[in-house]
Design a protein around this ligand. Sequence first.
Ligand code: TRP
Length: 332
Amino acid sequence: MKTYLTGIKPTGMVHLGNLLGAIRPAIDFSNNEDAAQFIYFIADYHAMTASRDPKEFHENVYSIAATWIALGLDTKKSIFYKQSDVKEIFELQWLLSCMTPKGDMNRAHSYKDKVQKNADEKRDTDYGVNMGLYSYPILMAADILMYDTNFVPVGKDQKQHVEIARSIAQRINEYFGEGTLIEPQEVLQENGAYIAGLDGRKMSKSYDNTIPLFVPEKKLRKLIMKIKTDSQPPEAPKDPNDSLIMDLYKLFANDEQVKSLTEWYQRGIGWGEAKQELFLAVNDYISKPRDEYNRLMDDKAYLDEVLRDGANRAREIATTTMDRVRKNMTGF
Ligand code: TRP
């Protein structure tokens, strides 16, 4: 049986781009595929490289957990836990660190970008870099290698990290014996459909153009009304193939609804009306999970229980892996 694993960094409320680009495909994939093991975890300690607010951190972890469960992740079928509950990860991270050339970390994108930015701004190149950020890829390698992961579904930005994990595993196998670690492979998520945000650029927190998933209905409507449009008069026929509103609508509405909105575009639709239709479709899709999300956020005891159960199952694998790795690497 092949193992798929991916980590989700808790960084505040999930937005529509995350939902359509990553979460919905991941949940569908795991719920519909019986011949593989799926491990989805909250990479909470990865977020510590930048978190300085325990309250916010704590809330963000629950928010991610509640989001995935509300959207239908089957937490019995997959293994769903938070990284910091699996202490073995940090033991493995040390062993991996001792087998990772420092130069590989110098070349890791996120660190290199930071150094470049500091250089551009004529600061000390390591300004604002902590060791957590520097060795981030090694913690990620521990996440992956701990479960004998075969496939790691990730976006393009994480490809290098998976390559680093693979190269660490290869080096360790060379020194300490084949089979000490399984060499993982990245599965690049193309999700070609790039999800545009309110201003037409890719929906992303860093552009401040997102539609957060579980905001109250009123707020959702207000945000959708902010989508950038041109100044064509309401009665002018509009091109359904060149419309942000329509692109988003297609991701939430059924064929019949899409057909009828397309016809309305061709007859002439006011942008306000088009946005209202989009709001109705998104809201329809989101309203049940939103209720469930809110219910779960008020029931942290339940979330704790789900995460604890996931961590127990994860640790069963982790302790077995560590026994093997420790034995091969240290003789103990
Ligand atoms: N670094 C990933 C991100 O920022 C999150 C992550 C942590 C991860 N550990 C992982 C992803 C292991 C895949 C596998 O999105």
